[in-house]
Ligand binder design. Structure first.
Ligand code: CAA
Length: 258
């Protein structure tokens, strides 16, 4: 793959978008590479993913403006669908994904981070949805996910004004979970990922699914989703192991993803 690299450290997979000459902007090839990398993740082994950008300046500086500049209506819609399908795949990926946002997260970059479960950023990170200044709407989920994460008022302000915000403001409005120095960012993301990977994998996956699916339906239906996923944990090896370790006052636990 030309624009996306993938490495593993134990049960943690690290995906890096690597297109430095365009500040990791997302053209069709980068999107295809990202999709192909997701195909290659062995979810029987990998229990958490970290997604970041190469270099010290940019996570992802948006969808590729050069590629978009000559699209027709139909092609624009298809490009939006391409990005949306991949980002939705990340959002619903069986294992959690942590975005380590190491600089610019503009347009499609902000949108990519919002498809992840957890967002950590570096103190030089800049977030924004600059699309209306380019004559388009956010097209990779920004109009939908930003409003769900920071609330409609703040999302509308950011999107209508196209104003960028820095890391401290992103933290204040709840767009990111934590801010680190540039040096600390990736180690912090990997450490959190390793912590998640230590927990019972079926339970973690079911939590992700319960939160995601439950947020899309009324509470009466949401609690039924929870009940099913809660119930599905029982009789697994990992439920027996987790509970017997507690009852036996045993610190060491061996979760086998079954
Ligand atoms: N698409 C294509 N190329 C991009 C790009 C993008 N989104 N962002 C940066 N680049 C390219 C630049 O064209 C430049 O290439 P050249 O060296 O060949 O000229 C290179 O990356 C370096 O960029 P700059 O020289 O501009 O770097 P800078 O430090 O001066 O500025 C920046 C950095 C503020 C991020 C600026 O590059 C910028 O504003 N980029 C565009 C950000 C943007 O508008 N993103 C939203 C895109 S629309 C979108 O994403 C739609 C959607 O929702 C799907």
């Amino acid at each position: 793959m030309a624009f996306v690299t993938y490495e593993t450290e134990g049960a943690v997979g690290i995906i890096t978008i690597d297109r430095p000459k365009a500040l990791n902007a997302l053209n069709s090839e980068v999107l295809d590479d990202l999709n192909a990398v997701l195909d290659s993740v062995d979810v029987d082994v990998i229990r958490c993913l970290v997604l970041t950008g190469a270099g010290e300046k940019s996570f992802v500086a948006g969808a590729d403006i050069g590629e978009m500049s000559s699209l027709t209506v139909a092609e624009g819609e298809a490009f939006g669908k391409k990005g949306n399908d991949i980002f939705r795949r990340i959002e619903t990926f069986p294992v959690p994904v942590i975005a380590a946002i190491n600089g610019f997260a503009l347009g499609g970059g902000c949108e990519l981070s919002m498809s992840c479960d957890i967002r950590f950023c570096s103190d030089n990170a800049v977030f924004g949805q600059p699309e209306v200044g380019l004559g388009i709407t956010p097209g990779f989920g920004g109009t939908q996910r930003l409003a769900r994460i920071v609330g409609p008022g703040m999302a509308k302000q950011m999107i209508y004004t196209a104003r960028n915000i820095k890391a401290d403001e992103a933290l204040r409005i709840g767009l990111v979970n934590a801010v680190y120095t540039q040096e600390e960012l990736l180690p912090a993301a990997k450490k959190t990922a390793a912590g998640i990977a230590k927990n019972a994998p079926i339970a973690v996956r079911n939590c992700k699914k319960a939160i995601n699916d439950g947020l899309e339906v009324p509470m009466d239906e949401a609690i039924v989703i929870e009940e099913k996923l809660f119930g599905a944990c029982f009789e697994t090896h990992d439920q027996k192991e987790g509970m017997s370790a507690f009852l036996e006052k045993r610190k060491e636990k061996e979760f086998l993803n079954k």
